[in-house]
Design a protein around this ligand. Structure first.
Ligand SMILES: NC(=O)c1ccc[n+]([C@@H]2O[C@H](COP(=O)([O-])OP(=O)(O)OC[C@H]3O[C@@H](n4cnc5c(N)ncnc54)[C@H](O)[C@@H]3O)[C@@H](O)[C@H]2O)c1
Length: 271
C-alpha cells in the first residue's frame, strides 16, 4: 500500500547491492511513496551488484562514490542536487563492512589495518557523508538522515566482532552530528537498529543462520525483515516524524527488551 508519504521529496540512497539489500527495499518503497532519489554505491559494488536494474525500475540515476572518500562524496552531493533539481530531503546510509569478519579473524586477534578500514567504511563514512552535506548546505529544512545499525553496539554478540565497535561509533556520530544538524539546519538524524537480516553483509557474520533463528524465537513479533526496515525508514523520511532526532530506534520485533522467551526456554527445560 502506498500513502504518498514522500511526494515531492528528494534524496540520496547509499548501499543497494542486490535485491536482498535493505537499501534496495527502501529505494523501492521510497519510489512507491512518490520520492525521487539518486542511488550510490562503491565503484566495486557496481560491478558486483545489480544496481542498474533498480535504477531502471525507480527512474533513478546512479552516481558511484566510495563513502570513505570526501572527494567522491562532494561530487555525489553536488551532482545529486543538480540531477534532482533542488536540495536534499532524505539520506539513507546503509553501509557496513568488516574485513576481520570477512576473513574470519577473531576479535582477540585483529589485523588492525583491517580494523581501521572497517571503521572508516562502517562508521566514519557516516560522519563524512553528513559533513559533506552540512558544508555544502545541501539539506532542506526538516530533512531526515538515517543510518542502519545493530544491537551489538549495546550488548555482546561475540561473532559480530569489530562491527560491534563500529556500530557503537556510528550511533555516537548520529547523536553528535545530529545536534549540530538539528540546531543549525533543522535536519534530524537517527539510527535504526535492525534485526538480523539475510543480506550479503548479514550473512558474512559467522553462525548467521543459527543466530537469525535464535533472534526470531526470542522476539514476540519475530525478526523484522528488510521490507519492515524499509517501511520504518520511510516514516522517518516523512513529515510525520519531524521532531524525532538523536535516537537509536529498534526495529527488531521486540528482541532488545527480552530476557528469555518460552520458545528459547523449551530448548533447555528437561521434561
Ligand atoms: N543484515 C543484517 O543482519 C543487518 C542488521 C542490522 C544492521 N544492518 C546494517 O544494514 C546496513 C546495510 O547492510 P545490508 O544488510 O543491507 O547488506 P548489503 O551487503 O546488501 O549492504 C551493504 C552495502 O555497503 C556497501 N559498501 C561497502 N563498502 C562501501 C564503501 N566503501 N562505500 C560505499 N558503500 C560501501 C556495499 O556495497 C553494500 O551495498 C549496514 O549498515 C548493516 O551493518 C544489517
Amino acid at each position: 500500500m502506498a500513502y504518498d508519504l514522500l511526494k515531492g521529496k528528494r534524496g540520496i540512497i547509499f548501499g543497494a547491492l542486490d535485491e536482498n539489500s535493505i537499501a534496495w527495499k527502501t529505494a523501492e518503497r521510497v519510489h512507491e511513496e512518490g520520492g525521487t532519489f539518486v542511488l550510490t554505491n562503491a565503484p566495486i559494488a557496481m560491478r558486483m551488484g545489480q544496481i542498474d536494474q533498480l535504477a531502471k525500475k525507480t527512474g533513478s540515476e546512479i552516481i558511484p562514490a566510495d563513502a570513505t572518500s570526501v572527494e567522491d562524496l562532494e561530487n555525489l552531493v553536488a551532482k545529486s542536487v543538480e540531477i534532482l533539481g533542488g536540495k536534499i530531503d532524505f539520506v539513507l546510509h546503509s553501509i557496513g563492512m568488516s574485513i576481520n569478519v570477512r576473513k574470519g579473524k577473531h576479535y582477540t586477534n585483529q589485523n588492525y589495518e583491517w580494523t581501521q578500514k572497517g571503521t572508516d567504511v562502517s562508521a566514519m563514512s557516516f560522519h563524512k557523508v553528513m559533513q559533506t552535506l552540512y558544508k555544502a548546505d545541501a539539506m532542506n529544512e526538516w530533512g531526515s538522515i538515517v543510518a542502519l545499525t545493530y544491537m551489538a553496539a549495546q550488548r555482546v554478540f561475540p561473532d559480530y566482532n569489530d562491527m560491534a565497535d563500529n556500530k557503537a561509533y556510528l550511533e555516537s556520530i548520529a547523536r553528535s552530528f545530529g545536534y549540530f544538524f538539528g540546531k543549525d539546519k533543522k535536519v534530524r538524524v537517527n539510527t535504526i537498529s535492525q534485526s538480523p537480516t539475510p543480506t550479503t553483509a548479514g550473512q558474512g557474520v559467522k553462525g548467521f543462520d543459527g543466530f537469525i533463528a535464535y533472534a526470531d524465537k526470542m522476539s514476540p513479533l519475530g525478526n523484522a525483515t528488510a521490507l519492515d526496515c524499509a517501511n520504518y525508514t520511510i516514516t522517518l523520511f516523512s513529515d510525520l516524524t519531524k521532531r524525532v532526532t538523536l535516537q537509536n530506534l529498534y526495529n527488531d520485533g521486540g528482541f532488545s527488551n527480552m530476557g528469555v522467551s518460552d520458545q528459547v526456554m523449551e530448548a533447555f527445560v528437561k521434561e
